[in-house]
Design a protein around this ligand. Structure first.
Ligand code: 13P
Ligand code: ZN
Length: 284
């Protein structure tokens, strides 16, 4: 591993010092600490710029090639850092090279070129179809988009057992749980039916929802979140999970007072956000 500074010779550095590897190692550790990523649960992918990668890695040296589940012409030439399939988030910090990989989608969109990591024959996350299809949809809407994150956020997952899965009603309930929820996810939450994970079908269904929402619930499984940065995608899931935690604490208790429809409207106005239409009048 090397990096170059202006007017200097290349210098050797450790993987842990490369900012985009370090950031992935830190976030996966935090997700595990929150209890959202038991065993190998969860996966993260982040789009990187070519210059960002070329500063530290030899982009002309392809270590291995993979066939994606389907051609991804829309992402041709794009660079990603991704988590490996079957890898435990708790271990990333001690062995980034064995648990993460830096990939490029080939120029024809039909292959994945491994530039770093995924050592000992590791492969990218099994949810790559959902990640790639979500990246494609989010980039169409938001050129700043970079990150897709999946995990098994505990209370969010729990809530999918006891709350209706109507996405407007689900969003409305979450907005009512913490004052700032409507500001953080005014675009609401998309909900897909229960499906087999790792398939192209669940990827397509997730990406379809990503056209209108940055957060998509997988009932009895977990959540997908998207954002311009790792902090943003994490913060989105963290906020939803906090609201779901409040719901799971209070849903069975007599409610004495709640955040009203008018207060939600006032919040949206004060923070300059437009709540997704059809939610404020939704029945819970
Ligand atoms: P991977 O280990 O393949 O990323 O799968 C984990 C997961 O959460 C599947 O939904
Ligand atoms: Zn999962």
């Amino acid at each position: 591993m090397y990096t170059t500074m202006p007017d200097q010779q290349p210098i050797r550095i450790q993987a842990e010092q490369i900012p985009f590897i370090r950031e992935m190692a830190k976030i996966t550790r935090n997700m595990w600490r929150f209890g959202w990523d038991e065993r190998n649960g969860g996966n993260v992918s982040c789009i990187l710029d070519e210059q960002q990668v070329a500063q530290y890695l030899d982009i002309h040296h392809v270590i291995r090639r993979f066939e994606p589940a389907f051609p991804v012409h829309e992402l041709a030439g794009r660079y990603f850092i991704v988590t490996g399939s079957g890898k435990y988030f708790k271990n990333v910090i001690d062995d980034p090279e064995g648990n993460l990989g830096v990939l490029r989608v080939s120029e024809n969109g039909e292959q994945l070129e491994l530039l770093w990591g995924l050592s000992n024959g590791a492969v990218p996350t099994s949810e790559l179809p959902a990640h790639f299809m979500s990246h494609i949809e989010r980039l169409k809407i938001d050129p700043q988009h970079r990150v897709v994150m999946h995990n098994h956020a505990t209370h969010t997952l729990a809530m999918t057992f006891v709350h209706t899965l109507d996405e407007n009603a689900f969003t409305r309930t979450l907005w009512e749980m913490c004052t700032e929820c409507i500001v953080v996810f005014s675009d609401g939450i998309g909900v897909i039916p229960w499906m087999v994970p790792g398939s192209s079908e669940i990827g397509r269904a997730t990406a379809q929802k990503m056209k209108e929402h940055r957060a998509v619930l997988w009932p009895q499984h977990g959540i997908f979140g998207a954002g311009a940065t790792i902090d943003e995608a994490f913060g989105l899931i963290e906020t939803i999970e906090k609201a779901a935690q409040i719901y799971m604490k209070i849903a069975h208790l007599p409610i004495q007072q709640r955040i009203t429809e008018q207060q939600l409207t006032d919040l949206a106005q004060a923070f300059g956000v437009t709540p997704r239409p059809g939610i404020l009048k939704a029945t819970i």
